[in-house]
Design a protein around this ligand. Structure first.
Ligand code: HXC
Length: 510
């Protein structure tokens, strides 16, 4: 009996070694942690329960039957993050380069099925050379099985991908279908075809880092939602994100203890808006002054900076924030910012996270590059996302809300529940100067008349009161009381029930 028990321990020890000490040392030498070390950092201490530790591949080609390491290059199971359950898979680069075989895929599929059945998020740690070359189509089939589960799990449980090594070929499409992708600077990359193929086909010479490194995907392509310095930081930040999210689409987000007065008055907000309506100010200041303890988890911080997206808490409850950023492109909407915010709004809506929208938007960015790039369709994504969202929506207009962008940014007309404006708000079809030049074109040669018309237009429209008179703004509020107002608004909406008409699914302009 004792021998059998110790045999189990021996087998476990062998499995834990993955591809062996030499390859583990090589992994460390690159500044990367092993699959198991990553799981240890991600989950609460001693909470990990492993599945399929002894599962091995079934391949008999290319002498593979001689080399059947236990676990087959991926560690799978479940554990907890701050006491809340998550499922996890972590690819082991020390075993066949973390490549995906039929059995490796089966292990991932098993925990994805359990995650959906039991209503807990899936966190995938990717570090893989892609399809297991020795297995051919069996490996491609394995990928497709994972893809299908990504699709079915979308909107049911949060799915988070952490890229901590190579992720190439069709393999990138599994992370692409998850809710968030995080990368590690300098040690991870994602691309459909690598630098060699790119050189052959297009003659471009590019490094793996330039083609698909963390900087490329967080700043240029927007494929990734965040980039971190190393494995340790990335995993700590995933833990922080999970704390904001519900476990599944039938649960509310977690409520955390808070140590910040919901009615806190912030006098400094009364002077946040500069005298000159064209001067920028930092919208992040408003976000952190409204949030519990100033804690803001930003998503896509380095992309389309003219809009800000991320999570805060109000009275301990998660709230998604979408805010125009006047510091970048005057906070206008364009293709990139519309896409970024639309995806965020849809994430919040499918996981019952209320949305706070902070508006200072001069309109859509004009120009041929925008029109040729399809700003009409991309802008419509954000409009559509806000309009279909049934979660509580609270909007605060701080300054400009011009034109179509006024409508888009969670206006009353898109079923905004509370639409507040600061006294500094200007809600109009466009700025006074532009409006005057159109409606008083005949007076364009007369500077005095134009100045008078502009002043008149400003008096009549560059304020929140016309909209308030019509009930499009529920209340004009003092900037200093914004936290108290929005906290109370969300508190009053905790039992909100709103349903869209039955449909198979909508046809959002993709
Ligand atoms: C089997 C693989 C492998 C793979 C790496 N290895 N990739 N084994 N299938 N896809 C093995 C290597 O043989 C090596 O084994 C070990 O993993 C580490 O690999 P190295 O090359 O030594 O490491 P490194 O220099 O860091 O390079 C990593 C790499 C490179 C960039 C990932 O290995 C590579 O280019 N691999 C091939 C990538 C690829 O073409 N994959 C298929 C893509 S197509 P030993 O025994 O020496 O330790 C695809 C389609 C998916 O994935 C489609 C889904 C729809």
């Amino acid at each position: 009996m004792k021998d059998i028990l110790s045999e189990l321990e021996d087998r476990r020890d062998a499995a834990r070694l993955g591809g062996g000490q030499r390859r583990i040392d090589a992994q460390h030498g690159r500044g990367k942690l092993t699959a198991r070390e990553r799981i240890e950092l991600l989950l609460d201490e001693d909470s990990f329960e492993e599945f399929d530790m002894f599962k091995a591949h079934r391949c008999t080609d290319f002498g593979m039957e001689e080399d059947r390491p236990a676990g087959d290059g991926v560690v799978t199971g479940w554990g907890t993050i701050n006491g809340r359950m998550v499922y996890v898979f972590s690819q082991d680069f020390t075993v066949f380069g973390g490549s995906l075989s039929e059995t490796h895929a089966e292990k991932i599929c098993k925990i994805m099925d359990m995650a959906v059945q039991n209503g807990a998020p899936v966190i995938g740690i990717n570090d893989s050379g892609g399809a297991r070359i020795q297995e051919g189509v069996a490996s491609l089939a394995g990928y497709a099985e994972v893809f299908q589960r990504n699709i079915m799990a979308s909107g049911v449980v949060p799915q988070i991908s952490v890229i901590m090594g190579p992720c190439a070929g069709g393999a990138v499409y599994s992370p692409a279908m998850t809710d968030f992708i995080f990368m590690v600077k300098d040690t991870s990359y994602m691309f459909v075809t690598g630098p060699d193929v790119v050189k052959t086909v297009t003659n471009e010479v590019v490094t793996a880092e330039e083609l698909g490194g963390a900087s490329t995907h967080t700043k240029k392509s927007s494929v990734a939602d965040g980039a971190f310095e190393n494995d340790v930081e990335a995993l700590a930040e995933v833990r922080r994100l999970v704390d904001f999210l519900p476990l599944n689409n039938r649960e509310k987000p977690p409520v955390r203890p808070f140590f910040d007065e919901p009615g806190r008055i912030e006098d400094s907000l009364d002077t946040l808006i500069p005298e000159n309506p064209n001067s920028p100010y930092d919208m992040k200041e408003l976000i952190t002054k409204v949030a519990d303890e100033g804690d803001f988890y930003e998503i896509q911080e380095d992309y389309a900076k003219n809009i800000i997206t991320g999570f805060i808490r109000l009275e301990g409850q998660t709230v998604g924030v979408v805010a125009n950023q006047p510091m970048v492109l005057a906070g206008c909407l364009d293709i990139d910012s519309s896409r970024k915010a639309a995806r965020f709004v849809r994430f919040c809506d499918c996981f019952e996270i209320p949305i706070l929208t902070l508006v200072d938007v001069p309109g859509f960015l004009p120009g041929t590059s925008q029109e040729y790039g399809g700003v009409i369709k991309h802008g419509a994504k954000l409009l559509f996302a806000y309009g279909e969202a049934t979660v509580p929506k609270v909007t605060v207009i701080t300054r400009k809300a011009y034109g179509g962008a006024y409508d888009v940014m969670a206006s009353k007309h898109l079923r905004g529940d509370f639409n507040y404006a600061w006294p500094t708000a200007e809600i109009a079809v466009m700025g006074a100067k532009g409006a005057t030049e159109i409606i008083h074109r005949a007076d364009l040669g007369d500077a005095e008349k134009i100045a008078a018309h502009t002043a008149d237009y400003e008096d009549r429209f560059a304020n929140p009161f016309v909209a308030a008179e019509k009930g499009f703004i529920d209340e004009v509020i003092q900037p200093r009381s914004t936290r108290r107002r929005v906290s109370r608004a969300f508190a009053s909406l905790r039992n909100k029930k709103l349903e869209n008409p039955w449909k198979k699914h909508d046809n959002i302009p993709l």
